[in-house]
Design a protein around this ligand. Structure first.
Ligand code: ADP
Ligand code: AMP
Length: 214
């Protein structure tokens, strides 16, 4: 099963993608996580990506598309995957469609997690990410057991640089300009599914499971 998660930054794509990956036994592929791992590792790719990410801009397609294509050709992707944060532009979506077509495959579901901008600002201001394992929490909606400490690995939780309020508005603008058109793209492809992302995390997940099947 090949799934794409669509939605604004902070809509809950990562939260739901992790649950989907666990339930259906497919890898969770987050381009944001791959970029952050590269930044942490001090790679050239990471250094290039960081300049764009810190400004709330998208990393250019020339960098992002190749990186994602390499990832989906790895062995663990044979039975499918859930993509979180890719595609974010029409050229990215077209490249993915073409690459899959070349293998006689296609995306099965594009799940749009719909959350209005008003909710996004509080979601992102309260998001905390683990510096070591990338787990995400929310100070109010999904608090860790001990404040500032990751439940999974015990490392420190931080507010991501690009979740600071001044960057969030910029990311929302970029989303509306460049990513929202993908909703129509996947509607035309006949694979779009909409879920109400304002519900609590477990209810959103149940709505997704009802779409994907048991
Ligand atoms: P995205 O991957 O779309 O950027 P995340 O999954 O990281 O978004 O979610 C953004 C923040 O909102 C996180 O702090 C997360 O814990 C919280 N969150 C996710 N889903 C919900 C929900 N349904 N209700 C309330 N908070 C949520
Ligand atoms: P995320 O973790 O999905 O919120 O992504 C964090 C940041 O990484 C984004 O704001 C972009 O700067 C960059 N990024 C992640 N995925 C993509 C993508 N598919 N295309 C371009 N930039 C991306």
């Amino acid at each position: 099963m090949k799934i794409i998660m669509l939605g604004a930054p902070g809509a809950g794509k990562g939260t739901q993608a992790k649950k989907i990956a666990a339930r259906y036994g497919i890898p969770h592929i987050s381009t944001g996580d791959i970029f952050r791992a590269n930044i942490k590792g001090g790679t050239e790719l990471g250094m290039k990506a960081k300049t764009f990410m810190d400004q709330g801009m998208l990393v250019p397609d020339e960098i992002t598309i190749g990186m994602l294509m390499d990832r989906i050709h790895e062995d663990d992707c044979r039975n499918g995957y859930v993509l979180d944060g890719f595609p974010r532009t029409i050229p990215q979506a077209e490249s993915l469609t073409e690459a899959l077509k070349g293998m006689g495959e296609a995306i099965d579901y594009a799940v749009n997690v719909d959350v209005p901008d008003e909710n996004i600002v509080s979601r992102m201001g309260g998001r905390r990410a683990c510096v070591a394992c990338g787990a995400t929490y929310h100070v109010e909606f999904n608090a860790p057991k001990a404040e500032g400490v990751c439940d999974t690995c015990g490392e420190k939780l931080v507010l991501r640089d690009d979740d600071k309020p001044e960057t969030v508005q910029k990311r929302l603008n970029v989303y509306h300009e460049q990513t929202q058109p993908l909703i129509d793209y996947y509607k035309k492809a006949g694979v779009l599914k909409e879920v109400d992302g304002t519900k609590n995390m477990e209810d959103v997940f149940q709505d997704i499971v009802a779409i994907l099947g048991v």
